[in-house]
Design a protein around this ligand. Structure first.
Ligand SMILES: Nc1nc2c(ncn2[C@@H]2O[C@H](COP(=O)(O)OP(=O)(O)OP(=O)(O)O)[C@@H](O)[C@H]2O)c(=O)[nH]1
Ligand SMILES: [Mg+2]
Length: 398
């Protein structure tokens, strides 16, 4: 599972990335600060099943704090995209290949309207964030359409002369982009194209198909960033204007400050929370105390910095992921070393339990016999769709 952070230059993509990963990607108030992609790991929250038993867990890949498990999600932050990138403007769009394996995109926009399409500072309110959501969608579309165009004629002849199915041709073209056959079917239904004669497809047809593929396979949500500088009503108005694309007001900068302060122990703050505590106010410099007061006011106004909520809505609502806890002993919920609920990971809702077994280990998938639900102790057949939050033992041939 990987989420890509996209948007025009200088809107706060790397700040959002740093806030979510606590890494140190370069951030600066000018365009094209990021050139090479930044990759890191963020986390999303789910209740930890250990609370149902009262036995503490022994977390391996996903930390547990106060009954909440923090499950890892990969993130990639890429260079800023400008209108006309597909024709080579700005840094072009070659770098979008860094997003090939992303399952969905968070588009960061400057909700204050103080950054133009190239990422230069302009007077606040002079830019319309809705416009950049529009053209960024176009640039993503041209990128995907461009992937078909390579050797298009030769490939198309195969479809028309050798009877290769158009689905197969598309699947082959799109390997590496993580687009499932099911999404290809949906896109082919949505895009008005002649499936039998791809040689007649125009550039517009290809773009229509690319857009349908992106709509079906790569959900996009918007971060209305820098919300620390706009009234709440403005954010609501912007979000309404972007529907059906979901938008959340965020302050990446506030989240980053709070997480860094929490790391040094200056504040007690858990991502997504509506408040924080200062354990020892005497440690604060006057400047820090003022900055924290501002952050407190921001949280009061917005309910949270929006950052954690945005990522979780992308993962759970848009990408429909659920969390599974694989164990080797379905009674004690332990692995072979006696660790309780050691791992937690994300899979798409409805994933058959055998596919979950493959995710845990290829051998478990290949030699799968059955799965056992750790709560009901019922045996589950290979095609049984995994339940959200499942504690699951996989039984396999040795
Ligand atoms: N007020 C405010 N400023 C922010 C926020 N997030 C980022 N910024 C500022 O916006 C500027 C750009 O931030 P970056 O994270 O470097 O932006 P970027 O989108 O990665 O930029 P490129 O890599 O150049 O495309 C920096 O000066 C940040 O401090 C925010 O939530 N509020
Ligand atoms: Mg950047």
């Amino acid at each position: 599972m990987e989420v890509g952070i996209v948007g025009k230059p200088n809107v706060g993509k790397s700040t959002l990335f740093n806030a979510l990963t606590l890494l140190d990607a370069t951030m600066a108030p000018y365009p094209f600060t990021t050139v090479k992609p930044n990759r890191g790991v963020a986390t999303v929250r789910v209740p930890c099943p250990h609370t149902e038993r009262g036995t503490p867990c022994t977390p391996g890949n996903a930390a547990c704090r106060n009954g909440t498990r923090w499950v890892p999600v990969s993130l990639v932050d890429v260079a800023g995209l400008v209108p006309g990138a597909h024709e080579g403007r700005g840094l072009g769009n070659q770098f979008l290949n860094d997003l090939s394996v992303a399952d969905g995109f968070i588009q960061v926009v400057d909700a204050t309207g103080a950054t133009d399409a190239e990422g230069s500072a302009v007077p606040p309110g002079s830019q319309d964030p809705a416009a950049e959501v529009g053209w960024l969608g176009d640039e993503l579309t041209y990128w995907v359409a461009g992937l078909f165009e390579r050797e298009f004629d030769r490939q198309v002849r195969k479809v028309e002369l050798e009877g290769v199915k158009v689905e197969e041709f598309l699947e082959r073209r799109l390997t590496g982009l993580k687009i499932t056959p099911a999404s290809i079917q949906i896109a082919l239904r949505e895009a008005p194209i002649d499936r039998v004669h791809p040689s007649t497809w125009t550039t517009e047809d290809l773009r229509g198909l690319a857009r349908a593929l992106l709509d079906a396979a790569k959900p996009r949500s918007v971060a209305l960033n820098k919300c620390d500088r706009i009234p709440t009503e403005r954010a609501a108005e912007l979000a309404d204007g972007l529907a059906p694309i979901p938008a959340v007001a965020t302050s990446a900068e506030a989240e980053l400050t709070l997480r860094r302060a929490a790391k040094t122990g200056l504040v007690l703050y858990s991502p997504g929370d509506a408040e924080f505590h200062v354990p020892d106010p005497s440690r604060l410099s006057p400047a820090q105390a003022r900055a924290l007061e501002e952050l407190r006011a921001l949280l009061r106004r917005w309910g949270s910095t929006g950052v954690q909520r945005l990522l979780e809505s992308m993962v759970f609502e848009r990408l429909r992921q659920v969390v599974v806890f694989p164990v080797e002993d379905e009674t004690h919920w332990t692995d072979s070393k006696g660790r309780v609920l050691p791992d937690a990971f994300l899979v798409p809702a409805g994933t058959p339990v055998r596919a979950v077994a493959y995710r845990v280990h290829t051998d478990l998938g290949e030699h799968f016999i059955r799965a056992i639900d750790g709560r009901t102790h019922r045996a589950l057949a290979a095609d049984h769709p995994v339940d959200p939050g499942s504690v699951l033992r996989i039984v396999a041939r040795r």
